[in-house]
Write a protein that binds this ligand. Structure first.
Ligand code: SF4
Length: 337
């Protein structure tokens, strides 16, 4: 167990975790809602600092980040645990066991070993991902500091429900983020994810101003968040609060975990969502989880010709330096560390 950061004592024995926007009040012997932070004797400890549960070298496109050092490799890792309880979680075997009181599995890999592994695998970055990196903040912060010293970029893939203080702490360390915008109604966040929409909107609106490159992902679920009105509201929020050059990834849903009564998202719905994003002024809208779909590639916003071509998560054509091969327009994004 490692001492946790970002918490404060309240009245005798009880403390408040300040890591995410749940701000859990935790009595002695109890854990927060994520199940990985425990009050022991009036002090908060993290149970996942030495529990890396998934680690891989991925193409950065798999995060997904399509406008951040395209074609580069990123060492990706995560622990078990999440602060949300989405009924449709596509990664529940990693995210949900601690919330359900089940064993927290993983292996000790120190920040120094993670950075060394990234360098040895010729990665350009380290990604904090797979589950929810907010809940393994201490391991992420220590690794990100060391990664910076070794010339590696830092990427966070998150539900965006961290507290403002957590975002302040991460601000100087993170280079790029992919943040879920799961829906655009308070009811969806409360009933389907056991969270709240407003903190996610506030954090998304702040991140670009911190100097991060930001891309947004929405898992489009039939009957739950796929109405034209809701998709249009999401697209307008992204365009107005983050920027019209923010990539928006519209991802196909598959029945998982506790949401088994919906079909796979039809291509026609994803294409309607794509049109909605473009109509709102977003220049880079992508359809994900649909092999071979043409909207997986980047078209130049100036001349409309292919600028970055992808097959799955592999860049197969175009210019990795972010300039359109046809007209020379510079695409939005980051193309060097
Ligand atoms: S990270 Fe969030 S869910 Fe976990 S204990 Fe802290 S406030 Fe609660």
């Amino acid at each position: 167990m490692e001492p946790a950061r970002l918490w404060k004592p309240l009245k005798t024995g009880t403390l408040q975790c300040g890591l995410c926007s749940h701000f859990c009040l935790i009595n002695v012997g109890e854990r927060g809602r994520c199940g990985v932070r425990v009050n022991q004797g009036g002090e908060l400890f993290t149970l996942v600092y030495d529990r890396v549960a998934a680690i891989n070298v991925d193409p950065v496109e798999k995060k997904p980040l399509y406008h951040f050092m395209p074609g580069s490799r990123t060492l990706s890792f995560g622990t078990m645990g999440c602060n949300l309880g989405c009924s449709f979680c596509q990664n529940y075997a990693l995210s949900q066991p601690p919330r359900l009181g089940q064993a927290i599995e993983g292996q000790e890999i120190t920040p120094a070993a993670l950075v060394r592994a990234a360098k040895e695998a010729r990665c350009a970055s380290i990604s904090y991902t797979y589950s929810e990196p907010t809940i393994f903040f201490e391991l992420m912060q220590d690794t990100a500091r060391m990664a910076r010293e070794h010339g590696l970029a830092n990427i966070i893939v998150s539900n965006g429900f961290m507290s403002p203080e957590c975002l302040d702490e991460l601000a100087p360390l993170i280079d790029a983020a992919n943040i879920d915008l799961k829906a655009f109604t308070p009811e969806f966040y409360e009933n389907v994810c056991q969270a709240r929409l407003e903190p996610v909107k506030m954090n998304l609106a702040r991140m670009r101003g911190l100097g991060w490159w930001v891309e947004v992902t929405t898992l489009v679920i039939p009957g739950l968040n796929d109405s034209p009105g809701e998709l249009s509201a999401m697209a307008e929020f992204i365009a107005g609060s983050i920027g019209t050059d923010t990539p928006w990834h519209l991802s196909r849903f598959h029945p998982e975990f506790n949401l088994q009564d919906r079909p796979v998202t039809p291509s026609s719905t994803l294409e309607m969502a794509w049109e909605t994003g473009r109509k709102a002024g977003l220049q880079y809208v992508y359809v994900g989880n649909v092999p071979g779909h043409p909207h997986n590639s980047t078209s130049c916003p100036h001349c409309g010709k292919p600028a970055l071509v992808r097959e799955g998560f592999t860049v197969t054509g175009g210019s990795r330096d972010g300039t359109c091969p046809s007209c020379g327009t510079q695409l939005a994004g980051r193309y060097s560390v």
